[in-house]
Write a protein that binds this ligand. Structure first.
Ligand SMILES: NC(=O)c1ccc[n+]([C@@H]2O[C@H](COP(=O)([O-])OP(=O)(O)OC[C@H]3O[C@@H](n4cnc5c(N)ncnc54)[C@H](OP(=O)(O)O)[C@@H]3O)[C@@H](O)[C@H]2O)c1
Length: 309
């Protein structure tokens, strides 16, 4: 922890007094410099915030001082103040507190785009979520249940599965003690409809093998550190679709859809129909411990850094 001068503001930027920051898996990778995007050191880590705008550059017309906002950037949010592009922040819906808003960012937005626009999940379909205790996974469980699907949560501990159950999963698979393929075959002999995979590694192939003919497999991330190599004949024989989701590409190619999905998600949050699961909250002084927890894959739902609540 260090005291640094307040960051300078410049064209297109706004200054935010950070109330809460959220920890995301990429924060761990950015600090280790193993992420696909690089931050030249020294830098303040942290990619997600909720707080109050205290200054805006003269050319910014979309945000005003006093606005309550959430935002996503590459780095800079594990701090009392962050200076971020005005285009990177969104207003927090009225009636939603900043703690909840901080926990309802990248993970839920990712899961929402994946389910609505990539998997095109339908009510009544069987959705299998890998990494179901993590940020993206638990959000996918919540949103999948809300969309009327039958949700199978796959995770590595009883605590994670309990959280997934509380978020609407009706089938729970502990992949440390159960064989995923056998469990899914026993519960769904005709196969499952959709797999959402933010983990990669050894579970991707048995999950894909568990799809029904014509099912959809969405690859979202590789938290295990292993990018799976799927035999293409499986895709041919099962007639499945293997589709990827990545924010930058989606924002570039499907901006209108992205905005529509995000607006619908904000409405869900404002209505109270969805409340993000906050697994733990750390003071700013303990940010390193929060990053380590996420790095070990032990986070349940969202991990927050409390800065100026
Ligand atoms: N494509 C996109 O635009 C996009 C957007 C957001 C996030 N992501 C990616 O999605 C992935 C998941 O993000 P998240 O926020 O859900 O992460 P998270 O909360 O840390 O959850 C990751 C899950 O991965 C599993 N895992 C297995 N091995 C692991 C290991 N060695 N280290 C850490 N986790 C391990 C764990 O599930 P088990 O219980 O099964 O072990 C853990 O719950 C990350 O790779 C992230 O970069 C992609």
């Amino acid at each position: 922890m260090e005291d640094l001068p307040a960051p300078d503001i410049g064209p297109g930027l706004v200054r935010v007094q950070v109330a809460f920051a959220a920890v995301n898996f990429p924060d761990v990778l950015i600090v280790a410099d193993t992420y696909q995007l690089h931050a030249p050191p020294p830098f303040v880590p942290g990619s997600e915030l909720a707080g109050v705008v205290t200054e805006v550059a003269p050319d910014v017309g979309t945000v005003t001082v006093g606005d309550r906002v959430t935002g996503t950037v590459l780095v800079g949010t594990f701090a009392e103040e962050a200076v971020v592009p005005a285009t990177s922040v969104r207003p927090v819906p009225d009636g939603v507190d900043l703690r909840t808003a901080a926990a309802f960012g990248v993970a839920h937005r990712t899961a929402n785009h994946v389910l609505l626009s990539v998997a095109r999940l339908q009510s009544g379909e069987v959705l299998v979520v890998l990494g179901a205790g993590g940020g993206v996974g638990l959000a996918a469980v919540q949103l999948g249940a809300l969309l009327g699907s039958e949700v199978v949560a796959v995770a590595s501990s009883a605590d994670k599965l309990a959280a997934a159950s509380a978020c609407g999963a009706t089938h729970l698979v502990d992949h440390r003690t159960e064989d995923l393929r056998a469990s899914l075959r026993a519960a769904f002999p005709r196969g499952v409809d959709v797999v959402v995979d933010p983990v990669g590694g050894d579970l991707a192939e048995p999950a894909l093998r568990s799809l029904r003919w014509g099912g959809r497999f969405v690859t979202v991330g590789y938290a295990s550190g292993v990018i799976p190599r799927i035999p293409l004949n499986l895709v041919l024989l099962k007639g499945v679709q293997v589709v990827g989701f990545e924010f930058a590409g989606f924002a570039t190619n499907r901006l209108d859809e992205l905005r529509r999905n995000d607006d619908e998600l904000d409405a869900l949050l404002a209505s109270g129909r969805i409340v993000p699961h906050i697994g733990a909250t750390y003071p700013l002084d303990d940010t390193a411990a929060a990053l380590a927890l996420v790095g070990r894959g032990e986070a349940i739902g969202k991990i927050l850094i409390e800065i100026a609540p």
